[in-house]
Structure formats: C-alpha cells, structure tokens
Design a protein. Structure first.
Length: 134
C-alpha cells in the first residue's frame, strides 16, 4: 500500500500502516545503504494490527475502520475500543455485488463482533449512494 498510496489516494507513504519488512544496513564505497530483506517484520493482519499501529504511531487510535472479510480487523477495532474515553469503530460490509466485489466471511465473525461490541456497520449496498467514482 505504501508504494501506491500517494498516487491513488493522496496519502503520503509515511502515513500508511501496513506490513513491514526487515531491513539491514549495507556498507558501500560511498556510504551505507538501507536494504530491505525478504523477511517480514510485521504482518499487518488480525492480532498483529495493534502492534503495527503502536510501532507506527505510538498510541491507540480514537477511530478505527475495518472491513468484513477474513476476520482481519477485529483485534484492531477492539484495541481502539479499549482506549479510555470516546472512540469510534467502523466496519465496512462489502455486500454490494452489483457495484463492487461483494465478499462475506464464511464464519460471520466480524459482523458478530460488531453486534457484540456496538461498532458501526456500514453497508455498501444500503449506505453508499456511490461506490466507485464515475
């Protein structure tokens, strides 16, 4: 995401939290170069998401948005919700096969968690007047 975030969304790469790769410094004739290794430092999914948030911004967010599908955002939304004070958790339900690729979780775990913990669920079918730019 960091590679395409600026061009597609106007978001600078340093503001994108995602999967990270290990790095090392390599000594060269003209100085040192930071080399990206083919080994993951963090895989930004499920229980690893709160750690990635802490690594990149150093505090719990007051707002977190996730997606239904694969149960990958439940822990992140719970992490946000566990912060003292008011918080907001948004869960996008990709339920519009006509205007967007609809996909559901076979287990329904994300929607069940949303109901259990009081998160706001946003239905692409029912709540969005436009899904893709015309």
């Amino acid at each position: 995401m960091r590679i395409i975030a600026q061009e597609l969304y106007g978001i600078p790469p340093e503001q994108v939290i995602g999967t990270d790769w290990q790095t090392h410094l390599e000594e060269r004739e003209d100085g040192v170069e930071l080399i990206i290794d083919p080994t993951l430092r963090t895989f930004n999914d499920k229980a690893a998401k709160p750690g990635a948030i802490e690594l990149h911004i150093g505090r719990r967010p007051i707002l977190a948005g996730g997606n239904v599908g694969g149960m990958g955002d439940i822990q992140m939304l719970r992490y946000c919700q566990s912060r003292p004070g008011k918080t907001l958790q948004l869960l996008v339900n990709h339920d519009d096969a006509v205007r967007e690729a609809a996909y559901a979780e076979p287990s329904g775990a994300s929607l069940e968690a949303a109901e259990r913990f009081g998160w706001t669920v946003i239905s692409m079918r029912d709540d969005w007047s436009q899904v893709m730019a015309a």
